[in-house]
Design a protein around this ligand. Structure first.
Ligand SMILES: [Zn+2]
Length: 266
């Protein structure tokens, strides 16, 4: 997916130098704030994602993948009522959902009139005409915030659902065993009816783990980067000194992980 291109037309001073009038920036998402869907997630002059920037301060020049669309789904809370800071969701009530994070959590406009992440099993989908709940975002995560600012997080998105891309021969790396190989060596794919594996996810021909990243992802397929990915995804970000000697626990193939310990529910 390509970011939208937006031109800054707001007040430089109000935005404290993050944006320069007339310049074009990459934008990723449009979120609710106090009941209005006009808060832009946009990369600033320093290359950091700024969120909750008023859409009216930007002119949308192009948006080929419809990232700034107002597409919405309606979901009904079928789980227990959740109370959270200033918001929450009530059993039996309907809410607007505007997307899913990288781990599959729904982003729901709750009783606070703002959006928070909730586990999908708390809801049934009432309507989703544009199928926005069928796929995961690569732009945000309830766990880590703006994943574009964290390459190991962002790159993980490209390690699944990538069969059509990897069928074009290219260099791949596995961030479980860190072997670097050609995508033409891949013979096994996970294809399953879940948002992560619908298009097919490669199984590493050397270790059997679904941790394959191709160069079409745009990330460096190097020992260093694969090591950073391995640390993040198989050692929880904390790797022991003699990590080369240590076997990471093998994950279950095709398992969809939901983050539940850092969501807004209290
Ligand atoms: Zn491997």
């Amino acid at each position: 997916m390509k970011p939208a291109k937006v031109r800054f037309i707001g007040d430089d001073e109000y935005h404290e130098g993050h944006f320069t009038k007339g310049q074009v920036y990459d934008a990723y998402f449009l979120e609710y704030w106090n009941g209005l869907r006009n808060s832009l997630h946009v990369m600033d002059n320093a290359g950091n994602i700024q969120d909750f920037k008023p859409l009216e301060d930007f002119e949308v020049l192009e948006d080929p993948d419809n990232l700034l669309s107002h597409a919405e789904a309606v979901v009904r809370c079928v789980g227990p009522t959740q109370r959270s800071r200033g918001g929450g969701v009530i059993h039996g009530e309907e809410y607007i959902a505007i997307g899913r994070d990288v781990d599959g959590l729904y982003l729901v406009k709750d009783c606070s009139d703002n959006c928070f992440f909730y586990p999908p099993d708390l809801f049934e989908v009432v309507s989703d005409p544009e199928h926005i709940l069928d796929h995961l975002s690569l732009y945000y995560s309830a766990e880590s915030g703006d994943i574009l600012n964290n390459p190991t997080y962002f790159a993980h998105y490209y390690s699944a659902n990538h069969k059509p891309e990897l069928e074009q021969e290219q260099i791949c790396g596995c961030f479980y065993c860190r072997k670097i190989f050609s995508s033409s060596e891949i013979t096994e794919w996970v294809i399953a009816d879940n948002p992560l594996d619908r298009r097919g996810t490669a199984i590493c021909p050397y270790c059997g783990v679904d941790a394959v990243l191709g160069e079409s992802s745009g990330f460096p397929i190097t020992r260093e980067f694969l090591s950073a990915m391995r640390e993040k995804w198989f050692f929880g970000g904390h790797i022991p000194d003699d990590e080369d000697e240590i076997e990471a626990p093998k994950p279950e193939i095709g398992e969809v992980h939901y983050v539940t310990d850092d969501d807004p529910i209290e």
